[in-house]
Design a protein around this ligand. Structure first.
Ligand code: ASP
Length: 325
């Protein structure tokens, strides 16, 4: 005999609740739905990204579409020197790009060390959706992209070339990420039903060793999404973030009951503890819990993020440590 409507409703709602109860529920009680959609993304260029993401949601796109098209807007901006084809090259003069994307179900796609493509984030999404793999790199990723409908784009920016040639005169290799306002774009978002997604894309560290890949395309380091708990992304010196599996750490701390800002702070503290005496390296984290609560924290002052909700968009200064202890 089939189930009665009442039983069906009971089972249905229990199943729906199950997805909400899992994860942080044990530590913090039932996670409520967010009041509405929310998108946060790193640095000032996050304003541009959030606008594109919000428009995507407004036009009926999913949260995954929103985080893809949001950061894609920044990839297209050739005045941006740390994301996309306008980015600074490595020490051999190649602009190499890294990106990743992850959805609420944990599905993920990434590309690293790719040249001459405008939208590494969209290639990353295609890797996620059209292959059984998570990450493609270098020449293999480029070939796969060409075979899958992406087209090459040659960009030569005299200003960028000149700055690199200037740098070559001293070739002073300092893998230091500026604490200023222009790094990776990482975005995490939640829709009104609590569905999460995240994206991250960068041209990486300026004048890096050819072949160097940072945290940004690495799931768990530059980005992590756990549909039951929340999402996080990172910016700053990628090596430091990779060593503590930064974004995964932030999400896992939220799973254990920490508030998003406290989780970001704890991840920053771990980096500082692991690297005593290391100075001048900035790292910042953004976190978004499935109920819509968000947080951010950085080592140094200067990290800001764009926050968009139904009430509008604002640029928010992240809290920070003052000293590297
Ligand atoms: N995290 C990026 C990397 O290490 C750089 C950045 O955020 O500025 O490649």
């Amino acid at each position: 005999m089939g189930r009665t409507r009442r039983e069906f409703l009971k089972t249905g709602s229990a199943a729906a609740l199950g997805t909400v109860l899992a994860g942080p529920a044990a530590a913090r009680g039932i996670l409520s739905r967010p009041a509405g959609a929310k998108v946060i993304s790193t640095w000032q260029h996050g304003l541009q990204a959030n606008e594109a993401a919000w428009n995507t949601l407004g036009n009926g796109g999913s949260i995954l579409d929103a985080v893809e098209l949001g950061v894609a807007a920044v990839e297209s901006d050739l005045t941006n020197r740390s994301v996309g084809l306008g980015g600074r090259p490595d020490r051999d003069g190649h602009v190499t790009l890294d990106a990743c994307i992850q959805d609420h179900a944990g599905r993920a796609g990434a590309v690293a060390f790719v040249e001459h493509f405008e939208h590494p984030i969209s290639i990353a999404r295609a890797v996620m959706e059209r292959t059984p793999h998570v990450m493609l790199v270098g020449e293999g990723a480029e070939r796969w992209a060409l075979e899958n409908g992406f087209t090459r784009k040659e960009v030569d920016l005299p200003e960028v070339r000149k700055a690199w040639q200037e740098w070559l005169k001293t070739s002073d290799y300092k893998p230091v990420v500026n604490v200023e306002n222009h790094d990776t774009i990482g975005m995490v978002g939640v829709d009104a039903s609590g569905r999460l997604a995240g994206s991250c894309t960068t041209s990486g560290m300026a004048y890096k060793v050819h072949g160097r890949v940072g945290d940004s395309p690495i799931i768990g380091a530059g980005l992590f999404v756990d549909g039951e708990v929340g999402a996080a992304c990172a910016t700053g010196t990628g090596e430091l973030v990779i060593r503590i599996a930064g974004s995964h750490t932030v999400v896992e701390l939220m799973r254990q009951g920490m508030e998003p800002d406290a989780a970001c702070r704890e991840a920053v503290h771990r980096i500082m503890k692991q690297n005593p005496g290391l100075k001048d390296h900035q790292v910042g984290f953004l976190a978004l819990r499935a109920d819509g609560a968000h947080g951010a924290h950085a080592i140094y002052e200067g990290f800001d993020f764009a926050l968009t909700t139904d009430s509008g968009t604002e640029l928010v200064k992240a809290t920070f440590e003052q000293k590297w202890e």
